[in-house]
Design a protein around this ligand. Sequence first.
Ligand SMILES: [Zn+2]
Length: 192
Amino acid sequence: MIIRNTNNFITKNFKESEFYSTSPDRPAEHYLNDNLPEIVQHIRDVVGVPIKITSSFRTSAHQYSLFLAGLTSTTKSTHTDGDAIDCKLLQSSEEHLTWIQNQIFERGPFYDDLYALGLRGFGYYDTFIHLDCREGSEFKTWDNRSKAVKERRSQGTTFAPQNFSEDGSHRNPELKSRLLAIGLVYAVFKYL
Ligand SMILES: [Zn+2]
């Protein structure tokens, strides 16, 4: 999709402007992977807290300045392709973040939801999470958190999101059919 700096809602809770690039030399409009707004909305629906998008599409010049400042290790990223966002859960407790982390690590039903929505990359950082929809079927995760934060989130969590169930019955019909389609693709590959 093409993103501009407007106040139109593109999902239930998110305005188009929230996905607009923060690069200093950002163009008036830019590409963003269609799946990302849906993914962020799903996280908000399940976890139940507002989410602030801290980085979206980045221009090459912006990415290069982050590289020079030592804030990223690459001059090309899924952000420069419009396939990634970074976000922060507002009012979030360690419990929320630990729950999400465990679902991703353990490939729980919430991971299944996000995969069906097109998520293929998940990066852990101390103060934000990175989400991307890179090409292909492989799912990539990495952990750039400090030792202290890692340890804090290695404990169990008592957070149990409402309207979410381990058996997947929280899924809407559209999400259910996407998961079914992915399951069929895997079943076919297995027998090829
Ligand atoms: Zn990122």
